[in-house]
Every structure is written in C-alpha cells, then in structure tokens.
Design a binder for this molecule. Structure first.
Ligand code: SF4
Length: 184
C-alpha cells in the first residue's frame, strides 16, 4: 500500500504546502527602497543592535528582480507613485508588501494633493504597520507576522488576481484620482 493510501486525504499536499511555506518565509529578501523618515528606522533594523539577519533578511537587494518583499517606508508622493509601482512590477512572484508608518498606510498628516492617501492605491499591501515612525522592533514584529502569513498560505491561490482585487477595493474606498490610470 502506497503512502497516499495510508495517509489521510490531503496529507501529501498539506506537507508540500508546509515545506514551500517554510522555504518562502525563510528566504525573504527586501528590496532597497526608502521614501522618507520611516526609512531611517528601516535602515536601523539592519544594524547589529536590532539584527534583521537573525531572520535571514540582512541582504537588502539593489535590484527588484532579486527581491520578494517591498517595505514602503514613508510617505508616497504623487511624483514617486509610478516609480514605486514600477519597482513592484519588476519583482518576481510571489511577492509581499509591508506598508510602514501612518504616512504610507493612509497619507498620515499629509492630507493634501501632493501625497498618495495610502500606498494600497498603487500596490497591494499585506501588512499595515502603524506609528510615526514605527520603531525597528515594530518593523521586526510586522515581518514576523508576515512570515507566519506566508508560512500558512495555501498553494494555488492566484496572488496576482487577489492583489488586483485588493487594489481596486482600496482605490474605491478612498479615491486618489491620478492613481486610477495605474490600475488600467
Ligand atoms: S509616518 Fe512619520 S516618520 Fe514615517 S514618513 Fe510619515 S512623518 Fe515620517
């Protein structure tokens, strides 16, 4: 009798999913991208005091093609928005986004025409991290929460489609008119 007949239904797929999830969360590399003051805290996270390398993530990649995590650290100006999207598009799937700080998540105190009122108008966000600025420990906590999310994600989910739906929902909730063209 083969292992599939002995094992309960879905056992093999469940095991493969667990192994793939573990590999994905253990080999996550962030892309180098700092937008404003939150980026200083993000950089501090890489220093020996906070030691992001404990999680195998000390390599902030200079090329988006080598990265699978985007940490949007700081406010996103209208001028910078297409570039943020361009970097995101160049990252290979599967990829994840952390919105770091109140400015990236909602525009924060910059409720004006120059700042995108939430980076989820441009890219789909997996984790929203509050604070102004969030401390490195908070960023590490968000990264660990994302690791858990990635480790438990089932295979076969079409992330591109799910991400696009999340983007559309965010844009419908709080329109930023100049961003609409990016979703077309
Ligand atoms: S949340 Fe605070 S620290 Fe971060 S970009 Fe905005 S103003 Fe700067």
């Amino acid at each position: 009798m083969g292992i599939e007949e002995k094992a309960p239904a879905g056992f093999m797929l469940g095991s493969v999913e667990k192994i793939v999830g573990l590999a994905r969360k253990s080999s996550m590399w962030p892309v180098t991208m700092g937008l404003a003051c939150c980026a200083i805290e993000m950089m501090a996270t890489g220093t020996p005091r906070f030691d992001i390398s404990r999680f195998g993530m000390e390599v902030f990649r200079a090329s988006p093609r080598h990265a699978d995590l985007m940490i949007v650290s700081g406010r996103v100006s209208q001028k910078m928005a297409p570039i943020v999207r361009n970097v995101y598009d160049q990252m290979p799937e599967p990829k994840w986004v952390i919105s770091m700080g109140v400015c990236a998540s909602s525009g924060g105190m910059f409720n004006n025409y120059a700042i995108v009122q939430g980076v989820d108008h441009i890219v789909p966000v997996d984790i929203y991290l509050p604070g102004c600025p969030p401390r490195p420990e908070m960023l590490l906590n968000a990264i660990l929460a994302l690791h858990e999310q990635v480790r438990n994600s089932p295979l076969g989910v079409n992330r591109v489609e799910a991400a696009r739906k999340a983007e559309e929902a965010a844009l419908a909730a709080t329109p930023t008119h100049r961003m609409k063209g990016l979703l077309a």
